[in-house]
Design a binder for this molecule. Structure first.
Ligand SMILES: Cc1ncc(COP(=O)(O)O)c(C=O)c1O
Length: 407
């Protein structure tokens, strides 16, 4: 047993001494961490608040009801389901409610930035849908509206999924929705990465631009507990019920109740501090990208101002590729992911040419543009000059141990 306890302690200690730049992670506030380890983590609740299959839930019902209502009010939507325990399960639930096996759906394609759950290897493939991809231009990193629109009219997909895992710039939601409306194609937006930015109005708002359903994780730029959420403005009561039934009893039984109060608190934190926090995230991502560019790295999206989100995408093919670069950085306590970049073949996802950087977690610890420049210098020293800078990284991180933008 000691071994496991030691490993956990070592992990905690190590990651507290690292510059964490994984674009899909974040850390919860101290209040949320405390709430997370309550008795709720031992309990079961199936069904919806006040309509449960289990007993012992008189407080749980209230917690969940208050949380759902807070999200409905914040996003001005009439449908929220917080029960999916991950973004992937939120996707499964929505995708399976919108089409039947053999029917056609449209996605971005991995090189266009979509998530594996939108593609053949993930949920969409397992649901046995036929996949059409949007026409994506890797040169300007934009979806070709006209060609994609024509494809929508021609193939009449049951739904199209936008959003995605590599998301540097807004997408033409409004423009594509016009085509979707002509052939009754539903539009789903997977906000997993940018949910925090959307929550505090620092990115395009998919609801205002006409998306039918938003799915998301709740733990990337939105600094809540790991989990998923579905939000929508739907008049179709049957569709709402179908989605709810896909969540439970479809994909989730127990929905990990200890997440729920943390989700509520994270929303309140974002309402209070999110504007400042997410503005700083975007400023930091731009500052990091600019400095990396000045140091000679190939930053994808340079001609468009590098990024409008928390992400920075680098082509590191001349530095040995994404795997080698990510390994080297991890040795020096800088943690990030290799990533497929435009023009990469998807045949060998283990050896892509890129790395994806996210600044949302380090921003939460109070880092600003100046610190981003220092991080770029560390990356340059490690990747280009093969220097050992781990001690400097640890010393640097030591000044940023307290989470900001929280009550
Ligand atoms: C766009 C997108 N959707 C869904 C997911 C999956 O979320 P989860 O890890 O919560 O299942 C991810 C994961 O990073 C993602 O990037």
């Amino acid at each position: 047993m000691e071994k496991i306890i030691d490993l956990v302690n070592e992990h905690n200690n190590w990651r507290r001494n690292c510059i964490n730049l994984i674009a899909s992670e974040n850390t919860m506030s101290p209040i949320c961490e405390k709430l997370y380890t309550s008795d709720l983590m031992h309990r079961y609740a199936e069904g919806l608040p006040f309509k449960r299959y289990y007993k012992g839930l008189k407080y749980v019902d209230q917690i969940e009801d208050i949380t759902e209502k807070a999200f409905k009010e914040h996003f001005k939507v009439n449908f929220v389901d917080i029960r999916p325990t991950s973004g992937t399960l939120a996707n499964y639930s929505v995708f399976s409610a919108l089409a039947k096996p053999g029917e056609t759906v449209m996605t971005l394609g991995i090189d266009g930035g979509s998530h594996i759950s939108h593609e053949k290897g993930g949920a969409i493939g397992m649901l046995k849908y036929e996949i059409e991809h949007v026409t994506y231009n890797p040169e300007n990193l934009e979806i070709d509206i006209e060609k994609t629109g024509e494809k929508i009219l021609e193939t009449k997909p049951k739904f199209i999924v936008l959003g995605g895992s590599v998301l540097l710039f807004p997408q033409p939601i409004r423009e594509l929705k016009k085509y979707c409306n002509e052939v009754q194609t539903k539009m789903v937006y997977d906000a997993a990465h940018v949910f925090g930015l959307i929550t505090s109005s620092n990115f395009q708002n998919p609801f205002e631009e006409g998306v039918d359903i938003v799915t998301s994780s709740t733990h990337k730029t939105f600094p809540g507990p790991q989990g998923g959420i579905i939000l929508a403005n739907l008049d179709d009561e049957k569709l709402k019920t179908r989605i709810q039934n896909k969540v439970f009893p479809g994909f989730v039984s127990n929905h990990h109740l200890h997440r729920v109060p943390c989700l509520y608190v994270a929303l309140r934190e974002m309402q209070e501090f999110g504007q400042e926090y997410t503005s700083q995230i975007i400023k930091n991502a731009k500052a990091l990208a600019k400095k990396l560019d000045e140091l000679g790295f190939e930053v994808i999206g340079k001609s468009k101002g590098y990024t409008q989100t928390h992400q920075v995408l680098l082509n590191v093919s001349k530095n040995g590729g994404g795997k080698i670069v990510a390994d080297k950085l991890e040795d020096q306590n800088i943690i990030l992911n290799k990533n497929i970049i435009p023009h990469d073949s998807t045949d060998d996802p283990d050896n892509p040419n890129g790395i994806r950087i996210g600044v949302q977690e380090m921003t939460r610890y109070g880092m600003k543009e100046e610190e981003m420049e220092q991080i770029a210098e560390f990356i340059f020293d490690i990747v280009v000059n093969n220097k050992q800078v781990k001690d400097k990284v640890i010393e640097f991180r030591d000044n940023f141990k307290e989470i900001k933008y929280v009550f």
